[in-house]
Design a protein. Structure first.
Ligand SMILES: Cc1ncc(COP(=O)(O)O)c(C=O)c1O
Length: 360
């Protein structure tokens, strides 16, 4: 259990004298429900029956995504170390899941939060952050052709103007991968022991993939990590291009990703992500977000190399927040140029072209 700093205990409006904890299955507060997400066997997604596939369903976190984990760790560790105190303002550049995870943790611990977002942010995500008390700062214009650079510039202005502000810096904060080292992959390992072979992970900050890889290098050196990136992402030497699926890939190289290598990395197109989401909904009755669809299609494209292997796909978020995009035939046709019948035949196809992939 984490010991609460005195400063937090004395000013905690809810009168708890401990930070969150889990005790005999009861969560003391919603933050105690972060982590311990289900591992679900997917027996219908792949056509090849000699590949075992499990999904780590991160949408079961209370904020709806894997990002609850690093959000919570960045806030709790900063509170514990005294870098951050109750009443202070946290600031972060985010347009989605991290903002929601931070809004949840900040509201719980009595911290103010400013989320810097851009016009590509999904309105529903912004509304969730606001409902949890976050203040929203919109940037309107890209900087050097890029909205992330514009958001980071605004963050630096906010920090300059508010000496009280604390930047969690999700793209450079080592507590981000640490949250997955201590949580996501540890939970997978607790369930599967020494009987899994490959972990497939979507990448953006690379926090999730790094946390998993570092754990596996230390404890299960035979388990491979496949980092799944987006076409149009600059990670792993990629060329910047148009991307429409939120959460997957990066338009600017994140500090955490510099120099990082994984056993294999591969790239998926936006349409491939949609195909994965639709196929999962059809065959396994699960709604997941676009990066998860891309990860599943990465597994499918490599299945001939995976005979006899046990694979885990980390599925970062739920499809519920993508009903107007990934699950809308109109959006898929207008944005990605695939007509419903063509999309359906990709979903039904029992083969999938090999993705661009390379061993690092
Ligand atoms: C939906 C989704 N998938 C994948 C990722 C990639 O995770 P990471 O930043 O840990 O690389 C993110 C990160 O924001 C995300 O929101």
């Amino acid at each position: 259990m984490i010991q609460i700093p005195n400063s937090v205990a004395s000013s905690n409006p809810y009168g708890f004298d401990t930070l969150r904890f889990r005790n005999e299955g009861i969560c003391e507060g919603i933050l105690g429900a972060v982590g311990d997400t289900p591992l679900v066997r997917l027996s219908r997604y792949l056509d090849q029956t000699d590949v075992e596939l499990f999904a780590k369903v991160e949408s079961c976190n209370p904020g709806g995504s894997a990002k609850d984990r690093p959000a919570l760790k960045m806030i709790e560790d900063a509170l514990e170390s005294g870098e951050l105190e109750v009443g202070q303002t946290v600031v972060e550049s985010t347009s989605g899941n991290m903002g929601i995870g931070l809004a949840q943790a900040c509201r719980y611990y009595g911290l103010k939060l400013i989320c810097v977002v851009d016009p590509n942010a999904q309105r529903q995500n912004v509304a969730i952050m606001q409902a949890l008390g976050a203040e929203i700062e919109w940037v309107e214009q890209p900087v050097n052709g890029d909205f992330l650079s514009a958001r980071l510039l605004r963050v630096s202005q906010i920090i300059r103007d508010n000496p009280d502000a604390y930047w969690t810096n999700q793209y450079g904060n080592e507590r981000n991968p640490a949250a997955h080292f201590e949580g996501t992959i540890q939970e997978i390992d607790d369930k599967l022991g020494d009987s899994y072979d490959v972990v497939f992970v979507a990448t953006s900050s690379t926090g999730t993939a790094r946390g998993c890889r570092d754990f596996l290098i230390e404890r299960r050196p035979k388990v491979q990590v496949v980092a799944v990136d987006a076409e149009g992402s600059v990670l792993f030497g990629g060329e910047k291009g148009r991307r429409k699926i939120p959460g997957l890939g990066a338009g600017v190289m994140p500090e955490l990703a510099e120099g990082q290598t994984f056993d294999t990395h591969c790239r998926v197109s936006d349409l491939r992500c949609v195909v994965g989401c639709r196929r999962l909904a059809e065959r396994e009755a699960m709604l997941v977000g676009g990066s998860a669809g891309g990860v599943l299609e990465a597994v499918r494209s490599m299945q001939s190399q995976l005979s006899g292997k046990r694979c885990v796909a980390i599925l970062h978020d739920s499809g519920m927040r993508y009903l107007d995009t990934i699950y809308s035939d109109q959006w898929v046709e207008d944005t990605l140029g695939a007509k419903p019948a063509d999309l359906q035949s990709l979903v039904d196809a029992n083969w999938v072209e090999c993705l661009e992939q390379s061993k690092d």
